[in-house]
Design a protein around this ligand. Structure first.
Ligand SMILES: CC(C)(COP(=O)(O)OP(=O)(O)OC[C@H]1O[C@@H](n2cnc3c(N)ncnc32)[C@H](O)[C@@H]1OP(=O)(O)O)[C@@H](O)C(=O)NCCC(=O)NCCS
Length: 243
């Protein structure tokens, strides 16, 4: 049964060094409730009333997380959701999960390597669905930096900007435990060749997360997808000037 659900698994080398992010393709239409038991993934009570699409994406995300934990010797651990829905990683591990229409990605690392990590996968939005979204997620100057198309970003630029900010938000959330809007992060640099972005925090969140703190994001585009990953510098890296 599981072979019909899981359509492929690979690592996205270079997206989040020193970790390898995991990318899993799955078939939502092949989902069956028995897959949780068959694949050894615990279904949390929050899924009891969920529709099949939601159960399928949760399962796919946890399967990707299991592969991301494997190099750390922790593939046997369950990653349950917290009350705030953020995944509860094993002690000493930081990680992140994302999914969208048949794709799930996960990333995890030892907490000493990064203070937090976030990953996000998005399908590039159809131009007709963009509406006011670009203006909501970033200023024209940020889009100018991203793609040179300031006031009128295209779907790929808008999706990448959205995805990058989501990945930073997910990396920050376990420390700051508060919702941030897109204006809390500003794109300040873009290295197109490396697929690397830097975003600056627009407000003070904590002593080691002050206004102006820089979060680095790498991204990859393939097929009609964008995947972004953020590794927050560890306090040790910042003290040593490696942030
Ligand atoms: C949670 C959120 C970040 C992404 O959720 P989404 O749109 O469903 O998209 P994704 O598939 O990429 O991510 C979902 C996964 O993120 C993880 N997640 C959920 N809440 C999280 C949080 N607060 N912090 C970190 N990770 C979280 C979970 O693993 C979840 O999957 P699961 O429920 O199957 O375990 C988003 O919905 C949200 O709450 N945003 C509010 C803040 C924001 O976006 N601000 C703008 C950027 S600064």
């Amino acid at each position: 049964m599981s072979s019909g659900f899981v359509r492929g698994m690979r690592t996205l080398a270079g997206l989040a060094p020193p970790a390898d992010a995991v990318h899993l393709r799955y078939a939502p239409e092949a989902y069956d409730d028995r897959l949780f038991a068959e694949l050894g993934i615990a279904a949390p009570p929050s899924l009891d009333r969920a529709v099949a699409k939601r159960r399928a994406e949760f399962l796919a995300g946890r399967l990707a997380a299991r592969e991301a934990l494997r190099p750390l010797g922790l593939a046997d651990r369950q990653v349950s959701p917290g009350e705030d829905r953020a995944p509860q990683w094993p002690p000493g591990i930081v990680g992140s999960i994302s999914h969208c229409s048949g794709h799930a990605v996960a990333l995890c690392l030892e907490a000493g390597t990064a203070a937090g990590v976030g990953i996000d996968v998005e399908r590039i939005m159809p131009a007709a669905d963009m509406g006011e979204l670009p203006a909501f997620i970033a200023k024209p100057a940020e889009f100018e930096l991203l793609n040179g198309d300031g006031a009128r970003p295209g779907p790929a630029a808008a999706t990448l900007m959205f995805s990058a900010k989501e990945s930073v938000y997910k990396a920050l959330f376990p420390q700051v435990k508060r919702i941030l809007d897109h204006g809390a992060l500003e794109l300040v640099s873009h290295d197109r060749t490396a697929g690397a972005l830097v975003l600056a925090l627009g407000l003070d969140l904590a002593a080691d997360l002050p206004r102006g703190f820089l979060a680095k994001v790498r991204y990859r585009r393939f097929e009609d997808l964008v995947v972004s990953a953020c590794l927050l510098a560890s306090p040790g890296d910042l003290q040593a000037g490696r942030g």
